[in-house]
Design a protein around this ligand. Structure first.
Ligand SMILES: Nc1nc2c(ncn2[C@@H]2O[C@H](COP(=O)(O)OP(=O)(O)OP(=O)(O)O)[C@@H](O)[C@H]2O)c(=O)[nH]1
Ligand SMILES: [Mg+2]
Length: 459
């Protein structure tokens, strides 16, 4: 990746396409010099925002506003110019081409944020949060990303690191003055400090599941034999007639996927073709194949039963299929048609299969549907508290785990009550290295490249 710091870089920072305004960003030590070659204005020189024209020689290209932001108080920490042009892709291209001709290089993906990171404007968790914030699908996931961007996650990591530094400092002081025979940190204090760090790391690890759900949402397929009310349930959840509902078994032959925002979580519900033992034709056979694929990519399954009729061989076929496949995620048993005379009870379906929970609903009247959605989010692993939600990604998770493992090993060493302070310090420092890597301290270049290459150009 070409990340030369000396270059002045340019990119469109707003979405591609037609819009009232598009913002082109120019960052680097020559930003002001380059823009001044193609920007004509009558504004006073000390003004930060200037009105004027982008010109190519004597030819006007667009009427623009240029914002001049002086280093180091800018997003990238470098001299930065934001050019607000008219949002037409042709104009955007012309202006970028002109800037390029006059010495700017096209920015690599994420290069503006990468420069902000290099210039200590933000640590790595904050840089990653920029990406998460832009990709957030709901207000709740945006809030979690914003918490990271505001430094809440980094602060928790730094606080743990401060305690660990304190442990090693005191232990190393003891090691430095062996003749004094003074123990600067008692066994009990070591244990208390280590325990608090392990617990704080565990809290962050626990947030990973919620964080993953906030970022990616929950996918849930409604499965069941034909005519149990899967399509009507989807329609009721969406509040619109998305899927065809009839009393003919085998109405749905394809998987129908829709996403709703339920209490700040992106909930994708997929209606599927009913599974049955005797497949009537090729369409049904393809539909059932698709249902099986949909089951595999679901986080939680909603298995629907018609509570107004007895179980039959089709229900058993589904039990067999789920049992045989390597599906090991939660399954909610749902007794539908509770508005009719009931022939099934929770006990009758719990007999053949172990469900995470069993709920009674009526897709016709809507009874029980909100309870179902609440259970769905809970079972998927989402905690109720909005509180101090953070965005913990897989990279953070692995490093937190590594740090925690080192600290657990440290505790075992401390419990031995042997003369092993040097090894203990070594283990604590390993934990600190993992925590530092989360913040981007002493991180390998190829890891950084991999992280920033997932950004879009202009970020
Ligand atoms: N009384 C009552 N009828 C329901 C309820 N849910 C669904 N039905 C009826 O059951 C029939 C089948 O409903 P669908 O939603 O098409 O069933 P499905 O599971 O999607 O069926 P396939 O697409 O064939 O697999 C329709 O006539 C619905 O009106 C319910 O809660 N109460
Ligand atoms: Mg259907």
């Amino acid at each position: 990746m070409n990340y030369l710091k000396e270059d002045t870089i340019v990119a469109l920072s707003t979405a591609v396409g037609k819009s009232a305004i598009a913002v082109i960003r120019l960052s680097g030590m020559n930003s002001f010099k380059i823009i001044n070659k193609i920007f004509r204005t009558h504004s006073k020189s000390q003004k930060q925002v200037k009105y004027g024209h982008i010109v190519d020689g004597t030819e006007k290209k667009d009427e623009v506003l240029c914002t001049f932001l002086r280093a180091p108080h800018t997003y990238t920490g470098e001299n930065l110019v934001e050019i607000s042009v008219h949002g037409n892709p042709i104009i955007v291209n012309e202006v970028i081409t002109l800037l390029h001709k006059n010495g700017a290089r096209l920015a690599e993906p994420g290069e503006f944020t990468y420069r902000a990171f290099l210039n200590n404007k933000m640590d790595l968790t904050k840089a990653e949060a920029v990406c998460s914030l832009i990709a957030s699908k709901t207000e709740r996931s945006a809030k979690a990303a914003l918490n990271n961007l505001s430094g809440e996650f980094s602060l928790k990591i730094k606080n743990i690191n401060t305690v660990l530094t304190n442990i090693t400092l005191l232990m190393e002081t003891t090691l430095e003055y062996p003749e004094e025979d003074i123990v600067f940190l008692s066994h009990d204090k070591k244990v208390i400090k280590l325990d608090s760090c392990i617990k704080n790391i565990q809290n962050l690890l626990d947030s990973y599941k919620t964080s993953k759900i906030l970022q990616h949402g929950i996918k849930s397929a409604i499965i069941g034999r034909p005519n149990v009310g899967k399509s009507l349930l989807l329609n009721k959840i969406l509040g619109k007639n998305r899927a065809i509902v009839t009393n003919i078994a085998g109405t749905t032959s394809d998987s129908i996927e829709e996403t709703i925002n339920y209490k700040g979580v992106a909930l994708t519900i997929i209606d599927t073709a009913g599974i049955r033992t005797h497949v009537r034709n090729l369409i049904e056979s393809l539909g059932q194949k698709k249902t099986k694929e949909t089951i595999r990519k679901s986080d939680v399954l909603i298995w629907l039963f018609d509570a107004s009729s007895e179980l039959d061989k089709d229900d058993k076929k589904i039990a067999k299929f789920i049992g045989r496949s390597d599906f090991n995620r939660p399954v909610i048993g749902v007794l539908n048609k509770s508005d009719l005379f009931l022939k099934l009870s929770p006990n009758s379906i719990a007999h053949d299969f172990s469900f995470s929970t069993i709920i009674s609903i009526s897709a016709k009247t809507g009874i029980g549907i909100l309870t179902l959605l609440d259970e769905l989010t809970k079972i998927a692993g989402l905690s109720d508290s909005m509180g101090d939600c953070l965005t913990i990604n897989f990279r953070h998770f692995i490093l937190l785990k590594k740090a925690q493992e080192s600290l657990l090993r440290t505790k075992q060493l401390v419990d031995l009550e042997e003369d092993n302070d040097e090894i203990i310090c070594f283990e604590v420092k390993r934990a600190q290295m993992a925590l530092n890597e989360i913040l981007g301290i002493d991180i390998k270049q190829d890891i950084l490249d991999a992280i920033f290459s997932t950004f879009c150009i202009g970020k």
